[in-house]
Design a protein around this ligand. Structure first.
Ligand SMILES: Nc1ncnc2c1ncn2[C@@H]1O[C@H](COP(=O)(O)OP(=O)(O)O)[C@@H](O)[C@H]1O
Ligand SMILES: [Mg+2]
Length: 266
């Protein structure tokens, strides 16, 4: 194996026996709830990995751990060979740029009082990597790449359609030049044709920009369109992982079999 192959096969992000419990106030009879139980997976740079499972399975919690919003009670998260714990204490602002996210309700992620132009200028100011005079041009190029018209810059978030708002959230994320994009149910609030436009866009960003995608969904029919590999989540456990075609055609776990049978995929 030459060094390029070694690079290609190296994990960009991995979880090692990650567990998380949430504590409830003492007056509730149940004091702790195990939300993630011994989660192990490894994602390569430029790969698209989907987590699928019903509501409450723990998909968003995985995303929040990667974003540094929740701290695991046990286990390790490794990003580019470094422990996430140490990254969050010593390289936080670098990591914030590396790892971006989009969510189900794009308008909730955009401050309602700011025009789109201000919302897109914000990440550039934060990064301090471009001259102020270049901001407009950088934003214009990025909008064009995502099929958005410059006229949107003068609008407020409530004046956008759901699909436009999600594209603006994607532009905002891309302006920080991330390596990883966490997409937590990003199309769940959209109509089906807009959903597929966003899925195609994310797929092309993964392939053309070598972006690593983590895609959380409960919609099994999206898997062949977006993911290379998939992890099936069930009640806080990652019960089965593998290439999408293999899991869909030869599911091993009974829950995965049921999920496939009950979906529109069949
Ligand atoms: N901050 C929290 N405090 C207590 N329970 C939480 C918290 N965050 C998530 N949970 C619980 O963890 C479980 C998994 O939630 P989540 O990761 O959001 O699932 P999913 O995204 O798969 O729907 C749910 O039962 C949820 O209620
Ligand atoms: Mg969720």
């Amino acid at each position: 194996m030459d060094s390029r192959d070694a690079q290609k096969n190296k994990a960009e992000l991995s979880f090692h026996d990650v567990c998380i419990n949430f504590n409830f106030p003492a007056f509730l009879r149940k004091k702790t709830k195990a939300v993630l139980h011994n989660i192990n997976f490894s994602i390569k740079a430029g790969e698209s990995f989907a987590f699928i499972g019903e509501s409450g399975a723990g998909k968003s919690t995985i995303g929040k751990i990667i974003l540094g919003l929740y701290k695991p009670g046990a286990g390790k998260v490794i990003y580019q060979g470094l422990s996430l714990d140490s990254i969050l204490t010593t390289k936080l602002s670098w990591y914030r740029g590396q790892c971006q996210s989009i969510f189900q309700d794009p308008k909730a992620s955009l401050s309602p009082k700011m025009k789109i132009k201000e919302l897109l200028t914000e990440p550039l100011i934060l990064m301090k990597s471009a001259a102020k005079a270049d901001y407009d041009e950088i934003i214009r190029i990025q909008l064009e790449k995502l099929g958005l018209k410059p006229v949107l810059l003068q609008r407020y978030p409530h004046q956008l359609s759901g699909g436009e708002a999600q594209r603006i959230c994607i532009v905002r994320a891309l302006l920080r030049n991330p390596k990883i994009l966490i997409c937590d149910e990003p199309t769940s609030g959209l109509d089906i044709s807009t959903e597929f436009e966003i899925i195609r866009l994310l797929k092309s960003l993964q392939v053309n920009n070598r972006l690593t995608l983590l895609f959380m969904t409960h919609n099994i029919y999206l898997l062949p369109h977006i993911a290379d590999n998939v992890g099936i989540m069930y009640k806080g456990e990652l019960i089965e992982t593998g290439p999408v075609a293999k899991i869909l055609n030869y599911p091993k776990h009974v829950y995965t079999q049921k999920l496939i049978q009950s979906s529109r995929y069949n």
